[in-house]
Design a protein around this ligand. Structure first.
Ligand SMILES: C[S@@+](CC[C@H](N)C(=O)[O-])C[C@H]1O[C@@H](n2cnc3c(N)ncnc32)[C@H](O)[C@@H]1O
Length: 240
């Protein structure tokens, strides 16, 4: 599902997603607070290279990077509208910032750099199963020995069908996202219905292991919204 079709909702305008996150309907506040804490544990602050796949406008990651500066930041996204905003959210970083308009799978499969942190927030579920396996394979190849793959995404329950997942998630949206105007809520629901392909956790872990990312942990979970950490070898000591 790498076509621009699946990201049209983000390409036309970024304001609907901003509205959803401003009301914290996808737990961005809790999730990105934990990302800030996690990045502070890196021993190479000021020196690590960060690849942000499906960066959007980077609004929530940018403050974490201010606190835990990378040596360089590269963001990739299919939405030019989002990238234009990302440029200003990331403007205060001292590190060089590269923003690339393109497909995240193509970007990770073609990168010739080694990355210390590969981050992806709420984007990988747009890939089909076989594409997710390729994503992990590419991440395993270009992640440094002490590198981290941090994946924030929606995840299905074990043995839950996509149809059953969608039924639950659309119900959650319609019952809880009350401050989103009706027509925009239905647009968001249609986007989720047509383009969300979350996997269950065991499948993500199997894909990671097959890509030599042998250590993984759940950093946190809010409903179906997970923050996952994958590494080649040892996990950092995380205190909750
Ligand atoms: C839900 S937003 C998430 C933005 C931000 N990372 C966050 O955590 O809030 C998903 C972003 O992923 C982008 N995206 C989805 N599929 C993509 C793909 N195949 N290649 C590049 N960007 C993609 C969309 O354009 C959108 O900006």
């Amino acid at each position: 599902m790498t076509s621009a079709q699946s990201t049209a909702i983000f390409t036309r305008s970024w304001s609907l997603y901003d509205l959803i996150t401003a009301h914290n309907y996808m737990f961005h506040q809790e999730i990105y607070r934990s990302i800030c804490d996690l990045l502070k544990l890196r021993k190479d602050l000021g020196q690590y290279r960060l690849l942000d796949l499906g960066c959007g406008n980077a609004r929530y990651l940018a403050p974490c990077l201010k606190q835990s500066p990378p040596a360089l930041y590269e963001g990739v996204d299919l939405s030019e509208a989002a990238l234009a905003e990302a440029r200003s959210y990331l403007a205060k970083l001292t590190a060089p910032v590269t923003l690339t308009h393109g497909d995240l799978l193509a970007a990770i499969e073609s990168t010739d750099k080694t990355w210390d942190v590969i981050f992806s927030g709420f984007a990988v579920h747009h890939l089909l199963t076989e594409e997710k396996a390729r994503f992990f394979h590419a991440a395993g190849r270009c992640l440094a020995e002490n590198g981290w793959l941090i994946l924030v995404d929606v995840v299905r329950e074990e043995n839950q069908s996509r149809e059953n997942y969608l039924e639950g998630y659309l119900k959650f949206m319609r019952e809880n996202w009350l401050k989103v105007p009706h027509d925009q809520l239905e647009e968001a629901c249609a986007h989720v219905h047509d383009y969300d392909y979350p996997e269950c956790l065991s499948i993500l872990q199997e894909m990671a292991q097959a890509a030599s990312l042998n250590a993984s942990c759940i950093i946190n979970r809010y409903g179906q919204h997970y923050t996952l950490l994958f590494t080649h070898s040892s996990l950092p000591e995380i205190r909750n």
